[in-house]
Ligand binder design. Structure first.
Ligand code: NAP
Length: 232
């Protein structure tokens, strides 16, 4: 059975990835910052022998080292860089009241975190059959789609993630390793809020289809969960 590793899998889209892949019979390394507090994930793990829960804060090198030791030589068919932050207060903060410390934290998680995890686990991906890395980014990282001000931290963190992952896709393509940049849609999670039109089940189902249909020629491209392409 194929194996996936997911970051930020205790709630929201990450938890839904765990649920759907485990239901489909995958082995799932489900990572989260605080396993002891991850009630929904632990409940799911009780029902599926294929789920293993691991500690990982994507900003922490020491936890990443411990994780690579825990999973040892196992291959990772699908590496899902899902963990992300969005500090909504900033949405309301125009020029003049930007919080730079929070912006730095957003970059640390959304950009550096995903690249650091990918770098640490790329040899595991290389050892697998499917060899695919997903970056759960956002259409808000598209410079072409910026239609107004604010959201400077989140937008720039995802634009930088897109730039880094595009480069990584070119570096990994000769090794037969693919990279897909995926926008999940506006989804009803803690980040997306209650007004979001999409449910995690529908979003993850769409992203899974893109991962299933992946061909190496798609590597480095930026898609919505419904398969439409997003301009940079
Ligand atoms: N929902 C949307 O509408 C939407 C739209 C576009 C893109 N996205 C992207 O989709 C991804 C998932 O978002 P979501 O909607 O599921 O958000 P969410 O419900 O807020 O979940 C975010 C997840 O990221 C984890 N996380 C935060 N900081 C972390 C860190 N330093 N290390 C490891 N995990 C960390 C959280 O863990 P804790 O519980 O420990 O905080 C949580 O599991 C994100 O990358 C987000 O940017 C979402």
């Amino acid at each position: 059975m194929p194996t996936a590793l997911i970051t930020g899998s205790n709630r929201g889209l990450g938890l839904e990835w765990v649920r759907q892949l485990a239901d489909a019979g995958w082995q799932v390394h489900a990572t989260c910052r605080r396993p002891a507090d991850a009630g929904d994930l632990q409940q799911l793990a009780l029902k599926h022998a294929g789920i293993r829960v691991h500690r990982l804060d994507v900003t922490r090198e020491d936890e990443l080292t411990a994780l690579t030791q825990e999973i040892r030589t196992a291959g990772i068919d699908l590496l899902i860089n899902n963990a992300g932050v969005y500090f909504e207060r900033w949405d309301k903060d125009p020029l003049g009241s930007i919080e730079y410390a929070a912006w730095e934290e957003t970059l640390r998680v959304n950009t550096l975190g995903a690249v650091r995890v990918t770098e640490a686990l790329v040899e595991h991906v290389a050892r697998s059959d499917r060899r695919l890395v997903l970056a759960i980014t956002s259409h808000m990282g598209s410079i072409a789609e910026i239609g107004g001000g604010r959201n400077y931290a989140y937008r720039s963190s995802k634009a930088a993630l897109n730039a880094a992952m595009k480069g990584i896709s070119l570096e990994l393509k000769p090794r037969g390793i693919g990279v897909l940049l995926l926008h999940p849609g506006w989804v009803n999670t803690r980040m997306g809020g209650p007004d979001a039109p999409h449910h995690p089940e529908e979003s993850v189902r769409g992203m899974r289809r893109l991962a299933e249909e992946f061909r190496l020629e798609h590597s480095g491209r930026f898609f919505r969960f419904d398969g439409s392409e997003i301009p940079w």
